[in-house]
Design a protein around this ligand. Structure first.
Ligand code: GLN
Length: 197
């Protein structure tokens, strides 16, 4: 769909970037895949999809997009990370592979694959006061959990066991789950609200 909405990118190195492009276009945004630094220059916000954070990290450095992206994050660009994307945005990662780096920006500590083998994929309904009713149906796939929310970040959603699964810090938003796999796109809409017009 063509659109006159804001131009936003989806980091398209790896993972389920196509689903995010389609959700953002459905919400009226001019959404484009971003693989190179030059493509990053053209967007006013970025979604980092789910996938495999260690691979996304390696590819982002190989393609020369990691450093310019860190600079845009430091400059206040709105970014929404889902699952592996949340890991990429975290300042600190536990259970990372050797040498794995993140872009950082979110003052949180996340643990990769926090739900272990038996429970590595599950769905649940989350009450998220900032989004109002109804609850968000959340799909978790080998998801991380936020183990520490630093003073600059804030928890938006918590599981019954107390683990934090959605966080926000100014223009940065992260969810451990995958709204792009459901019909509820309130998180994407919240991301788009932060794009300066
Ligand atoms: N376990 C993956 C990682 O470490 C994340 C899984 C996902 O994005 N669905 O990056």
């Amino acid at each position: 769909m063509n659109s006159s909405g804001p131009r936003v990118g989806v980091l398209a190195l790896q993972g389920d970037f196509r689903e995010h492009l389609s959700v953002l276009r459905g919400l009226g945004a001019d959404a484009v895949p971003v693989r190179r630094a030059a493509e990053l220059d053209d967007v006013a916000g970025l979604v980092i999809p789910g996938g495999e954070s260690s691979v996304m990290d390696k590819l982002s450095r190989l393609f020369g997009v990691a450093e310019p992206l860190k600079a845009r994050i430091a400059d206040g660009m709105p970014v929404y990370g889902t699952c592996a994307g949340l890991i990429m945005l975290a300042d600190t990662v536990r259970d990372a592979i050797t040498g794995q780096q993140t872009l950082g920006g979110l003052d949180v500590v996340v643990r990769r694959n926090a739900f272990g083998n038996q429970n590595d994929s599950f769905e649940t309904d989350l009450d998220i006061p900032e989004l109002g009713a109804p609850p968000v149906h959340a799909v978790f796939i080998r998801a991380p959990a936020v183990e520490v929310v630093g003073p600059n970040a804030r928890a938006l959603a918590t599981l019954d066991d107390g683990r934090v699964v959605a966080v926000e810090q100014g223009p940065l938003l992260g969810t451990a789950f995958h709204p792009e796999m459901t019909d509820d796109h309130r998180f994407h809409a919240r991301f788009l609200e932060r794009i300066p017009s």
